[in-house]
Design a protein around this ligand. Structure first.
Ligand SMILES: [Zn+2]
Length: 346
């Protein structure tokens, strides 16, 4: 491990007898490339092997441009970021990518993503195989959940993360690990049926989903119908910050609708913390009261006795940090470290 650079000696103090050697994990023996690809903007980062960001950048990028355009641009940005960090491409140990889509866990391929035309079953791993290191892909909210839990709630092994943005999604951490379910679709709170949604058509193709009535996109649509210009969750937040009463009303109502669904989720999962992130969480003063009210009203008291409902601390960095941690978990899994040591010894 020393020769591979994965651990380094940090000295040791003798208490009589031979001086002991103390070793610790060396986070500087390589880097991870991490990407959080969003519907309209993306964030890319180079981190060390402990997941600490060395350099990062956020930029507008329309995911609808398709996988070829989006991934070549991302690769170009990675090259620039490595340059900026002064790190050689040979130091890259793993790549982690988050996408706003259901992802098949076994293959890392997006599955019928409603907002990503051209990405269905696209082999993201193969496309980013150029660094000759493992490439890991997961759903954006799973990674936000992982990033938030590892960074801010290390002593909280059971956590639910809900992203409220132009769409609504959820990520579940059980016993410190992302719970993906049998196929990778666990946590999809946005497409839970809710009576209040009536027959509102959802972008998943079904009617009556939570997302179809309570997401930033749904609020923007309702505002536009009333002559108030808005198309994304960010537009809604801008209107709220400017004191637009109709926008504030709709965000408050959205909080209660989301709370209704999360009340059931809390009953089923019994998390210690429910974290609310995503663009619409920027209007937390209006979104959180309804969520809190309904969760406490609708969940059984054993589940709500100690549950905390909190806004995301990592905010728009949660996904990219989670993407780096996913890659690190893989690269430093016992099997992979054994492999690296065996290869080195040969
Ligand atoms: Zn839906």
């Amino acid at each position: 491990l020393l020769e591979l650079g994965l651990v380094s000696g940090v000295g040791g103090v003798s208490r009589g007898g031979r001086r002991p050697s103390v070793f610790s994990f060396n986070p500087h023996s390589g880097v991870i490339l991490a990407a959080g690809l969003g519907a309209t903007h993306s964030r890319l980062a180079v981190t060390d092997l402990a997941g600490v960001t060395l350099v990062d950048r956020e930029f507008d990028l329309d995911i609808e441009l398709g996988p070829e355009a989006v991934l070549s641009l991302s690769q170009k940005q990675f090259t620039e970021l490595l340059d900026q960090a002064g790190v050689a491409p040979a130091s890259v140990r793993g790549v982690g990518v988050g996408v706003p889509a259901p992802v098949e866990s076994a293959t890392g391929k997006p599955v019928q993503p409603p907002i990503m035309p051209g990405w269905d079953s696209y082999p993201i791993r193969d496309r980013l195989a150029g660094y000759d290191v493992p490439v890991l892909v997961d759903n954006d909210v799973n990674l936000m959940a992982l990033g938030e839990q590892r960074t801010c709630y290390q002593n909280v092994p059971n956590l639910l993360f809900v992203k409220v943005a132009t769409g609504i999604g959820g990520g579940i951490i059980v016993e410190g690990r992302v719970y993906r379910g049998a196929d990778g679709s666990a946590g999809d709170v946005g497409h839970v049926h809710i009576a209040a949604a009536g027959d509102a058509l959802c972008r998943c193709g079904k009617v009556g989903c939570l997302e179809a009535i309570a997401s930033g996109g749904a609020i923007a649509r309702r505002l536009s119908e009333q002559g108030i210009e808005a198309s994304t969750a960010r537009d809604v937040v801008e209107l709220v910050n400017a004191g637009n009463m109709r926008a504030i009303e709709l965000v408050r109502e959205s909080g209660r609708l989301i709370g209704e669904v999360l009340g059931s989720a809390v009953n089923i999962l019994n998390p210690r913390v429910v974290v609310i992130g995503g663009d619409l969480a920027q209007a937390e003063g209006h979104l959180m009261p309804g969520i809190r009210e309904l969760v406490y009203q609708r969940s059984i008291s054993l589940a709500t006795g100690h549950v905390r409902i909190a806004p995301s601390h990592l905010d728009n960095r949660a996904e990219v940090i989670g993407a780096a941690l996913m890659a690190i978990d893989h690269v430093f899994s016992p099997a992979k470290v054994d492999e690296a040591v065996t290869e080195y010894a040969v």
